[in-house]
Design a protein around this ligand. Structure first.
Ligand code: UTP
Length: 280
C-alpha cells in the first residue's frame, strides 16, 4: 500500500453546459470515443497505485454505479464473439478496484461535495479527481506525478497550468513561491477572480492531493462565490499555514466540462485510435 490509497470523484454536478445530453445522464458518462470520462479518471487513479474509488454522486447518476458493475445479460450475450474484448478493460477495473458511493443531496459546491465524501475517505490523505478534466500524459499520469510529490512533501498538492489571463475567471488561481522548477509553495488562492484581481495566471485544474485536515476546515468554511462551499477557500486557510503546494504537471489537459474542450479531446483520442489500429 502506498500513502494515498483512495481517490474521491466529485460527480454530483448538474453539467448544465451539456444540456440536453446531461438531462438524465451524468456528465461523467459522456464518452471520449467509446470510453466514458469517469473510466479514464479511474484508470488514471489506478496508474497512481490507488485502488479505492470513492464516488460522490447525486440524483440521476445511477449509470456510474451500473458502469462499474458486472452486466451478466450483456456479457452472456457477447461471450465468444469478437465484441467480448471490448469489455476487458472495464472488467479489469472492476476486478482490481473497490468502488464506494455516497450522494450529495444538494449541489452546494465542490467543497461541500468533498465534505460529503468524508464518510468514504476517513482519516487519511486522498486524491481528488474531477473527471471532466481529462489529462493526457506521455508517461506517468498526473495523479502519479502528484502522489510521488506527496511522498516527499506530505501536504496538500494542487495541479496547476498556465492559462491566458482573460480565462482566469473560470478557475481557482494561485500565487506562491517557486521552490523548484514547476513547484510552488502557495500563499494565495482565489476562486474565479476577474483578470485585474488575479494573483497570477496559474490556474488550478481538477487534480488534488488532500490531507484529512481539509474536512475540518471545510466544515468551518462559509459559502463563498455563488453561495457554494468553495474548495479553494478551504485550501486558502491551509495555504496561509504554508501547507499547500502547487505543481505544474507534465501533460495536456482538456476541459471536457466545456463543449469545445470535449470535442478537442475526442478528436485527439480518435486520431490516436486510428493511428494505433493502422499500426496493427
Ligand atoms: P462544475 O463547475 O464543472 O459544475 O463542477 P457542473 O455542475 O459539473 O457543470 P456545469 O458548469 O453546470 O456545466 C466541477 C466539478 O465539481 C463537481 C462536478 O460534478 C464537477 O466534477 N461538483 C460541483 C459536485 O460534485 N457537486 C457540486 O455541488 C458542484
Amino acid at each position: 500500500m502506498g500513502l494515498i490509497n483512495k481517490c474521491l470523484f466529485p460527480a454530483a454536478g448538474y453539467g448544465t453546459r451539456f444540456l440536453p445530453a446531461t438531462k438524465a445522464m451524468p456528465k461523467e458518462m459522456l464518452p471520449l470515443v467509446t470510453k466514458p470520462l469517469i473510466q479514464y479518471g479511474v484508470e488514471e487513479a489506478l496508474d497512481a497505485g490507488i485502488t479505492g474509488m470513492a464516488i460522490v454522486t447525486g440524483r440521476g447518476k445511477r449509470a456510474i454505479e451500473d458502469h462499474f458493475d458486472i452486466s451478466f445479460e450483456l456479457e452472456h450475450q457477447i461471450a465468444g464473439s469478437d465484441k467480448e474484448s471490448l469489455l476487458d478493460g472495464t472488467r479489469d477495473l472492476i476486478n482490481r478496484c473497490t468502488f464506494s458511493y455516497t450522494r450529495q443531496n444538494e449541489m452546494l459546491g465542490l467543497g461541500h461535495a468533498i465534505l460529503v465524501g468524508e464518510t468514504l475517505i476517513g482519516d487519511e490523505p486522498f486524491a481528488v479527481l474531477l473527471a471532466d478534466d481529462f489529462c493526457l500524459t506521455e508517461s506517468d499520469s498526473v495523479l502519479a506525478q502528484m502522489t510521488a510529490l506527496y511522498e516527499q512533501y506530505r501536504c496538500c498538492i494542487v495541479a496547476i497550468e498556465e492559462v491566458p489571463l482573460d480565462q482566469v475567471s473560470r478557475y481557482g488561481v494561485i500565487s506562491g513561491v517557486e521552490e523548484r522548477e514547476g513547484l510552488f509553495r502557495v500563499n494565495e488562492m482565489v476562486e474565479k477572480p476577474e483578470p485585474a484581481a488575479a494573483p497570477s495566471n496559474l490556474a488550478i485544474i481538477g487534480r488534488y492531493i488532500l490531507t484529512p485536515a481539509i474536512f475540518e476546515v471545510l466544515r468551518n468554511t462559509a459559502p463563498g462565490r455563488n453561495g457554494e462551499v468553495q474548495l479553494t477557500d478551504a485550501l486558502q486557510t491551509l495555504a496561509s499555514q504554508g501547507q499547500v503546494l502547487a505543481c505544474r504537471f507534465d501533460g495536456k489537459r482538456f476541459d471536457c466540462g466545456s463543449v469545445e474542450g470535449y470535442i478537442d479531446a475526442t478528436n485527439v483520442l480518435y486520431r490516436r485510435t486510428i493511428h494505433s489500429e493502422s499500426e496493427q
